[in-house]
Ligand binder design. Sequence first.
Ligand SMILES: Cc1ncc(COP(=O)(O)O)c(C=O)c1O
Length: 390
Amino acid sequence: MKQNTRLVHAGRAKQYTGYAVNPPLVRASTIVFDTFAQLKQATLGRGNRVPFYGRRGTDTHFALQQAICELEGGAGCALYPCGAAAVSGALLAFLQSGDHLLMVDSAYEPTRALCDKLLKGLGIETTYYDPQLGAAIAGLIKPNTKVIFLESPGSLSFEMQDIPAICAVARQHQIVTILDNTWASPILCQPFALGVDISVQSATKYIVGHSDVMLGTASATEQHWPTLREQSYLMGYCASADDAYTALRGLRTLAVRLKQHEHSALKVAHWLQQRPEVETVLHPALPSHPGHAIFKRDFSGSNGLFSFVLKQGSQQQVEAFIEGMAHFKMGFSWGGYESLITATMQLQKLRSASHWPYSGPLLRLHIGLEDVDDLLDDLTRAFERFLQAG
Ligand SMILES: Cc1ncc(COP(=O)(O)O)c(C=O)c1O
């Protein structure tokens, strides 16, 4: 099956849908049994998508878990109340006190905070590594290194990581690899084919796609699924059936939405490359991007999220740029149908293992589904305000 067909069919096995097109929304805390034999069967069915207790899920959750596995290629998928919980749940499933973690320096900022605060407090040591490291990551491995965490492209800065090279080294040392695969969604990168053990998604982003639900997923290989599943269950991670249903609905249009986001984002990226105020555009699908070869090798397409760096600009100028925009709203998150913008004045402050080569402010855009000419007009006026404030 090709991608669009897979998106139509994913998670829609007859056992979930019954006579309807979509798996029905089944809300439950308590699951009831008529006989001890049924109860025993449900208890033993742990991990096999058998209803047992609401926290383990209903057919709505099972359909979504099945869909994510079909799309990403994992053997099993755990659901979480948000992407940040999926990151912490995946890490805590494979790390214990006294262990060492290798964390990519370009990780999503709250993932860094988790390492520096909660994991540190639990006695788990983190070493940050340069996102450009491939097989050379071997030099950072210690006897107690248990997990290597990747995120590609990097949050805000969009460095591409050599996922297969890092995973090959990790396998040689029996180290678990966890990839934050949110940028790719479940369809632009096949993490398990690249050697990843655990793939995390903030489903809040493109899977749900409408900026109205928080949800996370973590999928695992056959080998690592039992541990991920058990640890997630022990920690009490679960998601609401309504949110799982919304995510299933979002999946059906994921590919067509992504195509439009990609098309418009590339148009805006090319336009920004012509602006004299712009130092560089950080979009891995541009041939000028340093990670473009890796992007072409490992990804089948791009989306609406990328950054650009200004040659220079004061806080006041950046405020003038962003405040007053008609279509780009200032806000975190991304992956919905609407355009967004955020600014970071000093990216180097968020780094400890790699040098950030630019001194100007970085602006991150999420290009939504608006008409791209309206977005370009909005950006043109933003540059006018920026220059006037200078
Ligand atoms: C790359 C990445 N990972 C994880 C998360 C966390 O996801 P959530 O907001 O669903 O907790 C985000 C959110 O912005 C993200 O951008």
